[in-house]
Every structure is written in structure tokens, then in C-alpha cells.
Ligand binder design. Structure first.
Ligand SMILES: *Cc1c(COP(=O)(O)O)cnc(C)c1O
Length: 387
């Protein structure tokens, strides 16, 4: 049989995480003891009150049926409540909120619903690979927005000429950021909203870490900017905020027309999330969010431990105010891939090479804070031997 898969698959850039995972599995299979700091997945469990609601709802036969395409009203109202309570932003649960099967799904289908072949999408570099991959799959073109340390990993929108902006349809932002851990204030969002609106570019903000902040920092919502709903959407997720990555539940909020278009795409491709999961997520979003402080303190303490250890062995990294990552410079003389390879194969510590997130990730590596303190200390001890 001579099967040719879709051309768009040939155009996909290689997914570096697959390669890293392959090597990790091979090393584990041959008895290597690997300390995995490559993961972007909370190690702490989903809080009990959320699990209890799931179990309760599981017993209701009405919950075994299809959910409405937008997600159930209780979930959408809970998202609206959450935005009112946390950001003082009013949302209409019927037109300005849509449930997602995780924000990864939502981001990918959003790109499909907005991008025609040849349209350009501005994407931070380094960033979460889904923006880039979805753009390739939709036949769009990626325009990188370099994130550099001298601008605190904020893009300089004016770097691209006015002429070049004509082909740009959509731009992504993500703060607190993966992989850099960078955070912004509301003024930055206000500038971004104004800048992209003047150029007729849709702006999508991924706020996956909006509840994972520490040391007094509170992440703003881009919808707090006056007039943002004109052409802005924001993605959110229960995954990192409530330690619920496997549950697959998130949301998109903001401009009603854009959300309605995404809903049309999704209603033809999926039938929303399981109702007990949506209802448990509603319970999470309407709960007392100060209960998350303890969890966030744990990340903050882990960050302190890891950064102090890294500094002692000559690796420079700043402390983030949010996210679950430390973004550190690789030592002199290494590429990010070369350093990560030595760390995995020799030191037995898995870190993610910066280039996995884009060209501008070169010179860096990412370490996860979803690992207990004693293992972070052990990771530093192991790394020291090979530096
Ligand atoms: C983890 C992560 C997500 C994925 O969220 P899901 O809701 O689990 O799909 C989205 N964006 C960023 C930046 C992430 O790091």
C-alpha cells in the first residue's frame, strides 16, 4: 500500500518534546535513574472539594448526556463569577464565555477558525509550541515576536514594520509566561490592546498561569483594559490553577463574535466536556481563591531553593513572580540542546532545552517547579558534577 498523508503534516516542524520524551523513555528502560525537571504538570493533587463535586455529579443520570456545545450554564456562569470577583470584569455567560476541552484544544481550534492559508500569526518566541503548531496546521505563517531579557521578555511590537503588519491577522501573548516565567502589569496589556487594534489584528491572550502567582504579585486579565472586548479573547484553564491537567477543562472569554465563530468550529468537531467535570470546575472557580495561596507558597519556596542552588554552581536565573518554571541561562560553551543532552545522559537530570520553545530560546533551559524541594536540591548536586 502506498499511503501519502496530508501535505500539511510534512510541513510541520519537528516536535522537539517528542524527541526528548523518546530519549527519556530509552534511558529509563535501560535502568537510568532520571530526575525529571522537564515536566509542565503540577505534582500536587486536585483539591478534595473539587473531586467531591465530581463524584456527586457522577451519580446523576442527567449528567451522562451530551453537554450543550458551549458548555453547561453553571460552568459559564462560574467563569463569569470568577472574572467579576478576581478582575472586576463583567462577562455575559451566554455570549462571552465558551467551555473548552482544555485551553490547548481551544487555542488550536481558535487558530483554525481565524486563519486562512497565507495569513500571518504573531507568536512570542520562545513560547508554548501549540500557537506555532496550530498556525502551521491551519496553513498560516508564523511571525516570531522575539522575547529578550533586556525587555523582561516582553515583545517590542514596533520591531515589525507597518507594511509587514498588513498580512498579520492574529497575535498571541502569554503572561505569566511559559517558558520564561515573565509577568506583566496592566499597562503592558493596555499598550498591546491599543497597538493591535490600530492595526486590525485580533489579540489572543493565554492566561494558563493566572492563578499561579507568588510573592505578592497578582496577574491581571487583558480584559481589564477598557475596550478590550472589541477584538481580544483570553484563554484560561483549570489545569495549572487548580492542579487539574488531566481533567481537560478550560475556557475562552472576550469578544462575542470571535467566540461564536470558535463555537461553530467546535460544534462540528466535538461535543464539549463531560458535565460532571464542568460542574466540578465550576465549584473550583467559585471557591475562595485565597485557598490557592498555600500551593503558590510551595512553588515560591521551591523557586528559592532551586535558584539559590543554581547560583552556587554558576548558573544564572532570575526568580519569576508566576508560572511553574525557572528559565536559566546555559553555561558558557554549550548550546541549549547540547547542555540538555549532557544533563540527561550524564547527570541524570531532565531539563528542557530553550530551543524547544523557539529560536530565541537558544542559550537557555527550562526547569520545572512541580518537583519537591529535596529533589530540586538533588538535581543541583547532580548537575554540579558535570559543570
Ligand atoms: C499548560 C499550558 C496550557 C495548557 O492548558 P490545558 O488547559 O491543559 O490545555 C496552555 N498554555 C500554556 C502556556 C501552558 O503552559
Amino acid at each position: 500500500m502506498n499511503i501519502k498523508t496530508a501535505d500539511r503534516m510534512d510541513e510541520l516542524p519537528p516536535y522537539l518534546f517528542d524527541k526528548i520524551n523518546g530519549k527519556k523513555q530509552r534511558l529509563k528502560a535501560t535502568g537510568h535513574d532520571l530526575l525529571d525537571l522537564g515536566i509542565g504538570d503540577p505534582d500536587l493533587p486536585t483539591p478534595d472539594f473539587i473531586k467531591e463535586r465530581l463524584v456527586q455529579e457522577l451519580d446523576q443520570p442527567g449528567n451522562h448526556k451530551y453537554s450543550g456545545f458551549s458548555g453547561c450554564l453553571e460552568f459559564r456562569e462560574a467563569v463569569a463569577d470568577f472574572y467579576q470577583k478576581k478582575f472586576h470584569v463583567h462577562l455575559d455567560p451566554d455570549s462571552e464565555v465558551l467551555a473548552l476541552i482544555g485551553s490547548k484544544e481551544g487555542v488550536a481550534h481558535f487558530v483554525f477558525s481565524m486563519i486562512d492559508r497565507g495569513d500571518e500569526v504573531m507568536i512570542p518566541d520562545p513560547s508554548y509550541p501549540v500557537y506555532r503548531m496550530a498556525t502551521h496546521l491551519a496553513g498560516g505563517k508564523v511571525r516570531s515576536m522575539p522575547l529578550k531579557p533586556d525587555l523582561e521578555f516582553q515583545p517590542d511590537f514596533a520591531e515589525l514594520s507597518e507594511e509587514n503588519y498588513k498580512a498579520v491577522k492574529l497575535a498571541f501573548l502569554n503572561y505569566p509566561g511559559n517558558p520564561t516565567g515573565a509577568t506583566v502589569d496592566l499597562d503592558f496589556f493596555a499598550h498591546a490592546v491599543r497597538f493591535f487594534r490600530q492595526r486590525n489584528v485580533i489579540l489572543a491572550h493565554d492566561s494558563a498561569y493566572n492563578l499561579v502567582t507568588y510573592d505578592g504579585y497578582q496577574a491581571p486579565s487583558i480584559l481589564q483594559v477598557d475596550g478590550a472586548k472589541d477584538a481580544v479573547v483570553e484563554f484560561g484553564s483549570l489545569s495549572k490553577g487548580f492542579n487539574m491537567t488531566g481533567w481537560r477543562i478550560g475556557y475562552i472569554v472576550g469578544n462575542a463574535d470571535l467566540i461564536n465563530t470558535l463555537k461553530t468550529v467546535k460544534s462540528n468537531l466535538d461535543s464539549s466536556q463531560f458535565l460532571p467535570i464542568q460542574k466540578a470546575a465550576a465549584t473550583a472557580l467559585t471557591s475562595d481563591l485565597s485557598a490557592l495561596n498555600d500551593r503558590n507558597d510551595i512553588y515560591s519556596q521551591r523557586a528559592d531553593v532551586l535558584i539559590e542552588g543554581l547560583r552556587k554552581i554558576g548558573i544564572d536565573a532570575g526568580k519569576p513572580k508566576g508560572s511553574i518554571f525557572i528559565w536559566a541561562r546555559v553555561p558558557e560553551g554549550y548550546t541549549s540542546a547540547g547542555f540538555s543532552e549532557v544533563m540527561m545522559e550524564e547527570a541524570g537530570v531532565v531539563v528542557t532545552p530553550g530551543v524547544a520553545f523557539g529560536t530565541y530560546g537558544e542559550g537557555y533551559f527550562r526547569m520545572s517547579l512541580s518537583v519537591p524541594e529535596h529533589l530540586l536540591r538533588e538535581a543541583v548536586r547532580r548537575m554540579q558534577v558535570y559543570l
